[in-house]
Write a protein that binds this ligand. Sequence first.
Ligand SMILES: [Zn+2]
Length: 92
Amino acid sequence: MGIIRFLAIAGLIWFGWRTLNNWLKERNSSLEKDRNPSLQADEFSDILEEDPVCGKLVPRSQAVRLEIYGRVFYFCSKECCETFRKEKGEES
Ligand SMILES: [Zn+2]
């Protein structure tokens, strides 16, 4: 076995070990987030909904929810929700 082949194998082992270490570190930090209740949100937390009034994107967990005509709308604030409801009310 030549020295070059030996170095290549050593390099591969080192690279694999480093990758595994990084992966474990990332995994640990995400587990810490899961354990922290303040960072824990419901399963829809990262789904963004577009506010139909102002066009802002709001995470579902923080949005103001309105069910109207069998549809669910999400708003960035109560003000937008009220505006939307008034507009819908005028239409019908
Ligand atoms: Zn809005």
